[in-house]
Design a protein around this ligand. Structure first.
Ligand code: UD1
Ligand code: CA
Length: 464
């Protein structure tokens, strides 16, 4: 049966106290709405309609996509009013699944079960039992003889919002998650009948339940696997809480796959991380974008690694930044190293403290162990690049390449002024400024000659 998805994302998010629309706040490095849209699209619906309002332009710009349509809700008169705006864009047959743009961790399997429960004829509500149900809409059921909680157990009669609930109803622990599935034709009829006669003067989507009951349409419920997947984000506090829960999910999945995390509570993944066997990750690391780590590699504490491939056996020492780079097998990087986009390191390469590498290829066994810069360089095998040496790759207008052949030894404090080529096996004396080609096997020295003045007398302090 054809499936349509409506995602409500028009609300103001007052409690975020932010100029940014709530659904654009990031969770796990991705906007809240991005999580919901991705899960919705995994269901391969016929259409996906996002209801925007507050900050509509920014939200629409962030999520423009081929299979998505946006409808505007201006002003925002409640969740029922939000879905009403999508009605013209919905076909008359099939099932409509309504999602909350601020409930980001909902699982695809849970949504499939909900749509299945709807079966094209019932109103299906996703509910969850919460120890602290405050603030949520409560599921009111007919009392069943022998029903343990009085209100629980029987057929669903209505959803009552916190602000409209009686003290007895507020004790109900079964709450509405903000997610439902309904036959589209019936949903349209119920939406047309909503009023705003309630404590908040809003058009509540939740009132469709009472209309379904009045029409004799069965209301069924499906429940979420755990509460994390149905928690909403309304405040920075809740956002941070959900972030930790999401990170714990990531950490658990990695540890189940054999990755050894020093502390799952001090681990952050804002993208994807694929690890081989016997990978160890120390505390405080942040992984962004797409990162892969090979067998036996170790990541020291407090590294930030984004869009990178770290090959087997590599060791990344503490406080290293890696972005858009590839680290070869058995290489040693850091501490305090910075690999920038386009850094391509072969096997057993050593990059030490305060060394920056950008858009450069280093062949197997090359070493730059201290305080150096390699930008736009091609570095041969076993090159030893001394402390304080840099490639002067930028003339103020254009970037130029430096080519360093195999087995070159660059002394300390050298400036290689690009474009320049150093032939294989050459040696560059310390403190040299190299502006011309250096022939293979030669020694090049480009610095002022040392002069000496014998018996030199230092200036003396004038008497007072
Ligand atoms: C809603 C439910 C409540 C449920 C809770 C679960 C209603 C009336 N109440 O309450 O039963 O327990 O979710 O989290 O539906 N939105 C719009 N336009 C509007 C108002 C809201 O698009 O005019 C969007 C918001 O951006 C948000 C979602 O709808 O994504 C939910 O709105 P919110 O105001 O947070 O509803 P709750 O009070 O949490
Ligand atoms: Ca909410």
């Amino acid at each position: 049966m054809a499936l349509s998805v409506v995602i409500m994302a028009a609300g103001k998010g007052t409690r975020m106290r932010s100029a940014r629309p709530k659904v654009l706040h990031a969770l796990g490095g991705r906007p809240l709405l991005g999580h919901v849209v991705a899960t919705a699209e995994a269901l391969a619906p016929q259409r996906c309609i996002v209801v925007t309002g507050h900050g509509a332009e920014a939200v629409e710009a962030a999520f423009a996509g081929a299979q998505r349509a946006f409808v505007r809700q201006m002003p925002q008169l409640g969740t029922g009013h939000a879905v009403q705006q999508a009605v013209p864009a919905l076909p008359d047959d099939g099932i409509t699944l309504v999602l909350n743009g601020d409930v980001p961790l909902i699982r695809e399997a849970t949504l499939r079960a909900l749509v299945e429960a709807c079966a094209g004829s019932k109103l299906a509500l996703l509910t969850v039992d919460l120890a602290e149900p405050f603030g949520y809409g409560r599921i009111v059921r007919t009392a069943e003889p022998g029903g343990a909680k009085g209100h629980a157990g029987g057929a669903v009669q209505a959803i009552v919002e916190e602000k409209d609930a009686t003290p007895l109803q507020r004790q109900i622990s079964e709450v509405y998650t903000g997610i439902l599935a309904a036959p589209t034709a019936l949903l349209k009829q119920w939406l047309a009948r909503l009023t705003n006669q309630n404590a908040q003067g809003e058009y509540y989507l939740t009132d469709v339940v009472a209309h379904a009951v009045a029409d004799g349409v069965e209301v069924c419920t499906a429940s979420a696997k755990d509460e994390t997947e149905v928690l909403g984000v309304n405040s920075p506090l809740q956002l941070a809480d959900l972030e930790r829960r999401l990170q714990r999910r990531h950490a658990d999945a990695l540890m189940e796959a054999g990755v050894r995390l020093a502390d799952p509570a001090r681990f952050d993944l804002r993208g994807t991380l694929a690890c081989g066997m016997d990978v160890e990750i120390d505390v405080g690391c942040v992984f962004e974008g797409a990162v892969t780590i090979g067998d036996g590699a170790r990541i020291g504490p407090h590294c930030v690694i984004r869009d990178a491939q770290i090959a087997a056996g590599a060791v990344i020492h503490p406080f290293t930044h890696i972005e858009g780079a590839a680290v070869g097998a058995g290489s040693l990087i850091g501490p305090f190293a910075r690999l920038r986009p386009g850094a391509r390191l072969g096997e057993e390469v050593h990059i030490g403290n305060f060394v920056e590498v950008k858009n450069s290829t280093l062949a197997n066994g090359a070493k730059a162990n201290h305080l150096a810069y390699l930008g736009d360089a091609t570095v041969g095998e076993r090159v030893n690049y001394g402390a304080g040496s840099i490639t002067a790759n930028y003339d103020g207008a254009n970037k130029h390449r430096t080519t360093i052949g195999a087995d070159v030894h660059v002394g300390s404090n050298c400036v290689l002024v690009a474009p320049v080529t150093i032939g294989a096996g050459a040696t560059i004396g310390g403190g040299s400024t190299i502006t011309k080609t250096v022939e293979p096997g030669s020694l090049a020295i480009g610095r002022a000659r040392q002069v000496a003045f014998a018996n030199w007398e230092r200036p003396k302090k004038r008497p007072k």
